[in-house]
Write a protein that binds this ligand. Structure first.
Ligand code: HEC
Ligand code: HEC
Ligand code: HEC
Ligand code: HEC
Ligand code: HEC
Ligand code: HEC
Ligand code: HEC
Ligand code: HEC
Length: 491
């Protein structure tokens, strides 16, 4: 062959190869739009559902057709069918079906995820009725009064708390759920069959897309706001920054989805709390990797309560190791240990300097009736609530997930202001009032509280406030302040 012929043959072959690639690409592209429909398997007992709902609710069918369920022959009846005796069964075009699809329904095929989820704190999130916050929803902000309550529920709870925490789903005589309790995909929903939670809280129907479940926005429906701003903290952290910058490389659709293998650019909430690594399986118990609980007025290790009750649960050390296994797919072990040292120190600071003293004083005033039994009728109760429930949590959550602005300006700064500028003056005022006008036992209690406050303020971490900073500390602060001023002096 001459050189020219060789060139022609190479060019021709390359052209044909490119053409083939384009053709395959075109077919693949089309498959997403129309191929699925040809591949999906509609079980016989779901054929009429699909046909009619394709007209009545076409988007719902399109989403189902896009799911792996449709490809594997999991039709409408696999999830919506009912059993003899189900109280939520109703007759619909010749079939007995239920609207509510509970975790127990999913467990027919996903028993492993079901069991992990049922033992998690997520599953028990519906049990908030006796909580202090619930007094807000049913008494302070909301109401159970005749003419206001919705079938015996406070509307503030129905559209607020319970949309995150989960309602107790009640079924009416016609087999349909009571609108005071439904629609609801709260994470700890209590279902008519007794199972806890809602898988649809994270797995939006009817696509049940893992991509959606892995997105931080998914957890952000509930994990945000003044008392648990995990979403905002993540967004401002370097992890969130990297996620937004490199989202297209995150391979969010991959199955499996292991950090360090299918993706490397950034962790999402799911990466750290749920998803797999090379050595760890996916977990549906979001408590499996956290060592503290940062929710109560004073933080404690996550297994502390269970241990006290003599229950055998995963130890906080093991949980921490699980999380560190995730971190170490991207960071060195020294780096990760260093982070945990900083994090533990911040929790200790909050607990020792603010959480424990405020809780101790608050309990003294409550038990001695200096504060009434009624929740939220005294200013000091609101002050204390803000201190631990809002600001104290923000400081702790910021430190847990690398959000320095939440640790500082939305956190410790506001905790300190609340403690020194409100909690202490209000405590003093309350006690002085009782000493002036109270009965003998109130007077006695007030003196005790003031004495305890005095003890607390004389501790090293608070003595600055009563003008007792040590000479050594004063000298150190003065030297540092002079250093700082020099930076602004031109010479
Ligand atoms: C002939 C048409 C038709 C058929 C067949 C049909 N549906 Fe429906 N379905 C409807 C309509 C219409 C609604 C009510 C929509 C509305 O009110 O906007 C509905 C409502 C529903 C609801 C929600 C009820 C509620 O209270 O929110 C579910 C769940 C449902 N269908 C599932 C199914 C299943 C499963 C099948 C197959 C066994 C099926 N449907 C068959 C037309 C149909
Ligand atoms: C993998 C399980 C699953 C499959 C398969 C499934 N559904 Fe559902 N469906 C759900 C869940 C979960 C809900 C939300 C109810 C809940 O939170 O319990 C729901 C809710 C509904 C609703 C009422 C909610 C709304 O948005 O109006 C309709 C109607 C419905 N499904 C119809 C269908 C039809 C028709 C099919 C078949 C094409 C189907 N479903 C297949 C799980 C499923
Ligand atoms: C009748 C059996 C069956 C039921 C009931 C069922 N699923 Fe599935 N599910 C499957 C099968 C099969 C697959 C595909 C598994 C695979 O390909 O690895 C699947 C896959 C999934 C996936 C992964 C999807 C993906 O794209 O990778 C999720 C999430 C899921 N199911 C959630 C649910 C939830 C939530 C429910 C209840 C509302 C439910 N399933 C009910 C059989 C079922
Ligand atoms: C936007 C969703 C959302 C709303 C609305 C909401 N919560 Fe929560 N709640 C959460 C999340 C998320 C947590 C866990 C925070 C964490 O782990 O830091 C939580 C934690 C709690 C806890 C602590 C549970 C424990 O085990 O320590 C209680 C009690 C509580 N909420 C009650 C309520 C009440 C009562 C209301 C209504 C007045 C309410 N919540 C409104 C999302 C919500
Ligand atoms: C707190 C959110 C959340 C809840 C609630 C939840 N899931 Fe998941 N689920 C996820 C995430 C995130 C993934 C993706 C894990 C990964 O990265 O592969 C997932 C993955 C899955 C998969 C795919 C298999 C796998 O291991 O990747 C199945 C099946 C599944 N979930 C079923 C369920 C069932 C059944 C329930 C209810 C009992 C449930 N999920 C509740 C977040 C959730
Ligand atoms: C529908 C609301 C909702 C969604 C969505 C949700 N959560 Fe939660 N989560 C809660 C509530 C409420 C609690 C507090 C439960 C309690 O202690 O009673 C909680 C608690 C937690 C905890 C503390 C667990 C423990 O053992 O103490 C972690 C960690 C967590 N969620 C992570 C996640 C992640 C990650 C996602 C997303 C993949 C997510 N959550 C999605 C509502 C939600
Ligand atoms: C880089 C990993 C990482 C990412 C990303 C991440 N977290 Fe965390 N999260 C942690 C660590 C570490 C802790 C504290 C663990 C401990 O207690 O040992 C924590 C603690 C928590 C807690 C417990 C708070 C409490 O009150 O006890 C919740 C809830 C939570 N994360 C939710 C989320 C949500 C929602 C997102 C996404 C918006 C997210 N996390 C993103 C690592 C991460
Ligand atoms: C998927 C990889 C990945 C995982 C998993 C991961 N990180 Fe990171 N981490 C990063 C990236 C990327 C950065 C940003 C680096 C930069 O901008 O220089 C980062 C930054 C950090 C920083 C520096 C924050 C700052 O503001 O300077 C700390 C601390 C950190 N990670 C700790 C952790 C801990 C602890 C875990 C586990 C709980 C973890 N990371 C999990 C990728 C990861």
């Amino acid at each position: 062959m001459s050189l020219n012929t060789k060139r022609f043959v190479i060019a021709f072959l390359s052209f044909m190869f490119l053409l083939a690639l384009l053709l395959v690409g075109y077919m693949e592209g089309n498959k997403r739009v129309m191929g699925h429909k040809a591949e999906i398997k509609v079980p016989d007992d779901s054929k009429q559902c699909v046909e009619c709902h394709n007209i009545k609710t076409p988007s719902l069918i399109a989403q189902w057709e896009d799911s792996k369920h449709a490809l594997k022959g999991v039709g409408c009846m696999e999830c919506h069918s009912t059993e003899e005796g189900d109280i939520d069964a109703w007759e619909h075009h010749g079939s007995k079906i239920a609207v509510v699809v509970s975790p127990k329904d999913c467990s027919k095929c996903h028993s492993h995820e079901f069991e992990e989820f049922q033992k998690s704190h997520h599953a028990t999130a519906g049990q908030i009725l006796g909580s202090l916050d619930n007094t807000l929803a049913e008494v302070v902000e909301g109401s159970m009064a005749h003419g206001i309550a919705l079938n015996g529920q406070s509307p503030a709870a129905v559209s607020g708390c319970l949309q995150c925490h989960g309602s107790v789903v009640k079924i009416m005589d016609n087999g349909k759920p009571d609108p005071a309790t439904w629609p609801n995909t709260g994470i700890g929903r209590i279902n008519p069959d007794g199972s806890k939670g809602s898988c649809a809280a994270c797995h939006s129907r009817h696509s049940f897309s893992p991509k959606l479940a892995r997105n931080p926005e998914n957890c952000g429906k509930c994990h945000l706001g003044p008392d648990h701003p995990q979403k905002e903290i993540y967004d401002e952290s370097k992890h969130g920054v990297a996620f937004r910058a490199f989202k297209e490389y995150m391979n969010l659709d991959a199955q499996p989805w292991r950090v360090g293998i299918e993706y490397t650019a950034a962790p999402t909430c799911a990466t750290c709390h749920m998803s797999a690594t090379e050595t760890q399986a996916v977990t549906h118990d979001v408590g499996d990797r956290i060592s503290w609980t940062l929710r109560p007025p004073v933080s404690e290790k996550i297994d502390a309560k269970a241990k006290k009750l003599g229950k055998d649960v995963l130890s906080w050390e093991d949980r921490r190791e699980n999380m560190q296994d995730v971190c170490m797919k991207c960071h060195s072990s020294d780096y990760v240990e260093g982070f945990y040292t900083q994090f533990d120190a911040a929790i200790n600071l909050y607990n020792e300097k603010f959480g424990k003293p405020s809780t101790h004083l608050y309990k003294m005033m409550k038990s001695s009736k200096l504060l009434s039994d009624v929740a939220f009728d005294d200013e000091l109760e609101w002050t204390y609530f803000y201190l631990w429930h809002h600001e104290g949590r923000r400081a702790r959550h910021g430190a847990a997930m690398m959000g320095p602005d939440y640790t500082q300006w939305h956190g410790f700064y506001e905790v300190a202001e609340r403690w020194y500028m409100e909690f202490i003056p209000q405590t003093r005022e309350l006690c002085e009032e009782a000493i002036k006008h109270g009965n003998a036992s109130e007077k006695k209690a007030a003196h005790e509280v003031l004495k305890e406050l005095d003890n607390i303020l004389n501790r090293e971490e608070h003595e600055w406030f009563i003008g007792k900073m040590s000479d050594e500390e004063k000298a150190r602060r003065k030297a540092a302040s002079e250093e700082f001023k020099k930076r602004y002096v031109q010479d």
